[in-house]
Design a protein around this ligand. Structure first.
Ligand SMILES: Cc1cc2nc3c(=O)[nH]c(=O)nc-3n(C[C@H](O)[C@H](O)[C@H](O)COP(=O)(O)O)c2cc1C
Length: 261
């Protein structure tokens, strides 16, 4: 059996979940979707996809990844495909739309699950205190443990599709690219040191270094990784500048647990 986990992550929730599932289930490959090559997906028999819910749906990059996975890897080699979506409290149509996406590419998920984590959508939510983050992350970690058990047992468990999920799917396909120039709403001030962390963290290669600053390329997924991970807090929103405690870099609880072991 060759198993692989492929993840998309902005602030770091889905990355932490993917890496933990990978470690606990002895996956052969754990890779960011944007670094994944055709060779990585060839001959896999078990595949896990881990990504967040953005605007009640999956990130649009999932479309091209699913196409890469299923068109280049003969789908018949995959015996077990599972999808784990992290969210901030309303996974909504995320799983139903993903299931439809898989189906469009001739595949059916064996297992889907969602995990509530710290909400990273800072335009409307506040990042909680570290203690509150740990409470949410502890529950998330417990869910990871039970998911790993299910995966090891090859459980077949798919959440039922929500009513009107067909309509949600078509709406998603139609409007998903509208997000792309959202990066025009960002402003980068002179605290930018051109360190390149945002370039590395961006899961869709939407940022390049330009002189002493950065430039956005307008195919943004709105994951906000650049804002969350900027060490000098140089990036914010034009209309609603958010300064101060608005940054989150993934669940430190997951790392703390590892340190204690
Ligand atoms: C642009 C954006 C949109 C989001 N939309 C939703 C949503 O519709 N429902 C929800 O429950 N959480 C939503 N969230 C919260 C994320 O799904 C959640 O925090 C997730 O764990 C982030 O994972 P990541 O750190 O791997 O990007 C959103 C976050 C962002 C940045």
């Amino acid at each position: 059996m060759k198993s692989g986990i492929f993840y998309f992550s902005g602030a770091g929730n889905s990355e932490a979940v993917a890496k933990e599932i990978g470690k606990l289930s002895d996956a052969h490959i754990v890779k960011r979707m944007n670094d994944t090559t055709k060779e990585d997906v060839e001959g896999l028999t078990q595949v896990g996809l881990v990504f967040p819910v953005y605007y009640f749906a999956p990130p649009t990059r999932i479309i091209s990844f699913i196409e890469l996975l299923l068109k280049n890897n003969i789908p018949s080699t995959i015996d077990y495909l599972y999808v784990i979506m992290t969210h901030g409290g309303m996974s909504s149509y995320g799983p139903s739309i993903t299931e439809r996406l898989l189906e469009e590419n001739g595949y059916v998920a064996s297992y889907t699950h969602t995990i509530k984590m710290v909400d990273t959508f800072i335009p409307i939510t506040k990042i909680p205190s570290k203690q509150k983050q740990d409470v949410v992350s502890k529950l998330a970690y417990e869910k990871v443990l039970s998911i790993v058990q299910d995966i090891k047992n090859n459980e077949i468990k798919v959440a039922p599709r929500l009513p009107l999920s067909n309509m949600a799917y078509h709406l998603f396909r139609r409007i998903s690219t509208w997000r792309y120039d959202y990066d025009k709403k960002f402003v980068v001030d002179n605290r930018c040191t051109s360190c390149g962390i945002c370039v590395q963290k961006c899961p869709v290669e939407n940022i390049i270094l330009a002189g002493n600053s950065i430039e956005y390329l307008h195919h943004c997924e709105q994951c906000l990784a650049c804002i969350h991970h900027c060490p000098t807090h140089a990036i914010t929103f034009k209309k609603k500048p958010l300064r101060g405690y608005t940054y989150y870099k993934g669940p430190t609880y997951f790392t703390k647990r590892k340190d204690e072991q």
